[in-house]
Write a protein that binds this ligand. Structure first.
Ligand SMILES: NS(=O)(=O)c1nccs1
Ligand SMILES: [Zn+2]
Length: 249
């Protein structure tokens, strides 16, 4: 898993994420469809501190919240979303756009429920997972983030969870749904090369104060000396011979 044989170089290549997206090299693909989000706010379940970030988890035992079309074949079931951020507002996003870093990046994680039975099984296959990446740019406080942030004091330490029901994830999507897409990997362990990445070209807003709340989460459990999740973004990886496609010219 994870090693591809590129004949002309007779060597094995990795297709890891994140990457720097060079927008002028991205290729417009007119066959790419518009993304179709079908999220049921009632499938929101809980917020969990998983140590390197917090996940907002959704009920994924049936196709009630799905992503279809875009570059995808079939339907991908929503299972969780989370964020990556930096120790200051100067960096934090995982993907870069022409070398530009954003202060944070939202990942909305879905798995191919047409072909597989669970996220864990889907993550073993190149067409198993689809992650929508949304950049967060500094600006006014984002009201949709506030409803999440006000719960973070309940999941301060690793392993803690709190109920979080009825969340309108559409509120975290920008108006413009144009995207770049490429094949890559999970950006945290186990780094499986199972992800169709769909990076939205328009960013949503976040305030400096809201980002400060993210950095107050602890990567340690409650009986350890506290250590804060000041940053959790992976460095960019070699593009190698991959091509980034764009949904618009
Ligand atoms: N950061 S990520 O969305 O690539 C991811 N890693 C593990 C599960 S989902
Ligand atoms: Zn992520």
């Amino acid at each position: 898993m994870g090693l591809h044989y590129s004949h002309h170089k007779h060597c094995l290549t990795h297709h890891q994420s994140p990457i720097n997206i060079h927008t002028r090299t991205a290729k417009y693909d007119p066959s790419l469809k518009p993304l179709k989000f079908n999220y049921d706010p009632k499938t929101a379940k809980r917020i969990v501190n998983v140590g390197h970030c917090f996940n907002v988890e959704f009920e994924d035992t049936c196709d009630r919240s799905v992503l279809t079309d875009g570059p995808l074949t079939g339907h991908y079931r929503l299972c969780q979303f989370h964020f990556h951020w930096g120790s200051s507002d100067k960096d934090g996003s995982e993907h870069n756009i022409d070398g530009k870093l954003y202060p944070a990046e939202l990942h909305i994680v879905h798995w191919n429920s047409k072909s597989y039975a669970t996220f864990a099984e889907a993550a073993q296959h190149p067409d198993g997972v689809a992650v929508v990446g949304v950049f967060l740019k500094l600006g006014n406080a984002n009201p949709f983030l506030q409803s999440i942030i006000e719960n973070l004091d309940k999941v301060k330490t690793k392993g803690k969870a709190c109920p979080f029901t009825e969340f309108d994830l559409d509120g975290l999507l920008p108006k413009d749904l144009n995207y770049w897409t490429y094949m890559g990997s999970l950006t945290t362990t186990p780094y499986f090369e199972c992800v169709t990445w769909i990076i939205l070209q328009e960013a949503i807003s976040v305030s400096s104060e809201q980002l400060e709340q993210f950095r107050r989460l602890q990567r340690t459990s409650e009986n350890e000396n506290p250590s804060f999740i000041l940053e959790n973004h992976r460095p960019v990886q070699p593009l190698d011979h991959r091509v980034v496609l764009s949904s618009c010219p």
